[in-house]
Design a protein around this ligand. Sequence first.
Ligand SMILES: Cc1ncc(COP(=O)(O)O)c(C=O)c1O
Length: 213
Amino acid sequence: MARLIDRDRAHVWHPATHFADLDRLPPIAVERARGCWLYEAGGRAILDAIASWWTCVHGHGHPAIVAAVREQVERLDHVMFAGFTHEPAVALAEALLAAAPPAYERVFYADCGSAAVEVALKLSYQARQQRGEPGRRRFATLRNGYHGETLGALALCGASAYRDTFAPCSSLRSSCRPRASASTSTPTSRPTSAATRPRRRPRSRRSRSTRTS
Ligand SMILES: Cc1ncc(COP(=O)(O)O)c(C=O)c1O
């Protein structure tokens, strides 16, 4: 069978990645993870200094989280949330609201940051419509901000490198007017999709700490 890296190159799109970068910096094939370490198939350990938000608090494979996920999936793996509900979703909503300021009364679940931004845009837009304010169609955004990979989120990114391709598809308008110098530079907070992102220098592998196990 072909190498994993070649199969990946032939059939997979990676987010926030320009194809040209893949020649110089192919993705690292990770086989497993534990704590703050990622492990390649050969056993080499790589310190996960990226620590994506799913794992940065408790690390990879925390036994209590693994046990809770396993127990939940065995009991109820999935059911659509329109027309259905279940104890874990209601209990989490109650816990979130208990920790939130008193003005918050309800929770709407989204499955990623981009979808959360999209939901927030939709809710605030719908509220304006229903309150008889159809003219209020602009959103304030942060200069050079990045809000996600979905259409509405990209249309409202503060940086033109993210926004310009997608803003014409959306009736949403950003009230952010980047400074002339900022609007032409490539933002550093988060790159956008492979198809639209300006080319940038790939990170050096040396920046990823490694140790041999
Ligand atoms: C500020 C900000 N908003 C939204 C997102 C989108 O989150 P997700 O990648 O989970 O869709 C990101 C992701 O990097 C982000 O940094």
